[in-house]
Design a protein. Structure first.
Length: 344
């Protein structure tokens, strides 16, 4: 048995209520003092992590907000909406800084580059757009052109490469500055659901309905390993922050942990009673959190694979979950219009 003393959270739950519709995403500021929640009620709300009090309600979108994210310095919030825009907000005052227009369909997701100078947005118009944060000007547009969009993912390591996925069996890597398509990662035999870079940006992991995870060399585009063992679609994948481990979540009700270098299966985490939709590591790489259709969040010891705790009381299965930067607080959201903060 591992020593779980470090992980005994003795959770107390704070419920952040105020949204009038489904909370689509939740994220901590870099200093963990603020939580941002994006909702179908057309708003983003900023909350004080310690007290749970509402700080600001960011209004201005004219349709549901799919996601929100803080800039690396925590000073700016970007939000993506069905109203086809990205909005930039001052995280301190809550004031609107700029509205980025140009997409011709819903904007699903936004992310900042590591230097905070670029924000990328992806849309149902089959494009990823890059914007200058300071001026609001459009820097570049990537057209990935899949006919039946299912899902897609963008990442901006060092502001050099974008990985995009959609309803095809490939992942595409682009040069941010030249718009050049660097690599098309081909090998999956069914729809690719997500793609994520390793912390050192040397590898890309992709998930697919073909029940596999594939690891790719981000520089050469060559396939490194195919991780097989799941018996259902793989919905999510993540690298641990130390880059040593890959975790995957599947409709087969399990989470699997893999050695990122060798591709060897380390362990299978069982206990969920329905499909596992998402998985995430704490920043110290010691804890894995998984969300499931069974309306629970499970916390696992990443080293021993032991179950640490099961967070219950959620009314719906569509759960988003994230660790605070210091790992002491977990935020979750789902369709009951609330955000929950789980802390010791």
């Amino acid at each position: 048995m591992s020593n779980q003393q470090d992980y005994m959270y003795n959770f107390e739950v704070t419920t952040l209520a105020g949204h009038k519709s489904w909370v689509r995403s939740v994220v901590f500021s870099p200093n963990r003092k603020t939580v941002a929640s994006a909702s179908e009620d057309k708003t983003v709300k900023l909350w004080d992590t310690a007290s749970g009090e509402l700080i600001h309600t960011l209004t201005g979108h004219t349709n549901q907000v799919w996601s929100a994210v803080f800039s690396p310095d925590g000073k700016t919030v970007a939000s993506a909406s069905d109203d086809r825009t990205v909005k930039l907000w001052d995280a301190t005052s809550g004031k609107l800084i700029n509205t980025l227009t140009g997409h011709t369909d819903s904007v699903l997701y936004v992310i900042f580059s590591l230097n905070g100078q670029i924000v990328a947005s992806n849309s149902r118009d089959y494009t990823i757009k890059l914007w200058d944060v300071n001026t609001g000007n459009l820097v570049n547009t990537f057209i990935y052109g899949y006919e039946n969009l299912v899902s897609d993912w963008i990442s901006l390591p060092l502001c050099k490469i974008v990985a995009s996925t959609a309803s095809g069996a490939t992942v595409k890597l682009w040069d941010v500055h030249t718009s050049e398509l660097i690599h098309t990662l081909t090998g999956h035999t069914d729809t690719v659901g997500s793609a994520v870079f390793s912390p050192d940006f040397k590898m890309v992991a992709s998930t697919s309905n073909d029940k596999t995870v594939k690891l790719w060399d981000a520089t050469s585009g060559k396939l490194i390993n195919t991780l097989t063992g799941h018996t259902g679609e793989v919905w999510d994948v993540i690298f641990s922050q130390d880059g040593k481990t890959v975790a995957s979540a599947s409709s087969d009700k399990t989470v699997k942990l893999w050695d990122a270098t060798s591709g060897r299966l380390i362990n299978t985490l069982t206990g969920h009673t329905e499909s596992v939709w998402s998985v995430i590591f704490s920043l110290d790489s010691r804890i894995v959190a998984s969300t499931s259709n069974d309306k629970t969040i499970k916390l696992w010891d990443a080293k021993s694979s032991e179950l640490i705790d099961t967070l219950t009381g959620l009314r719906y299965s569509n759960i988003n979950v994230i660790f605070s930067p210091d790992g002491k607080t977990i935020a979750s959201s789902c369709r009951d219009y609330t955000v929950r903060l789980w802390a010791n």
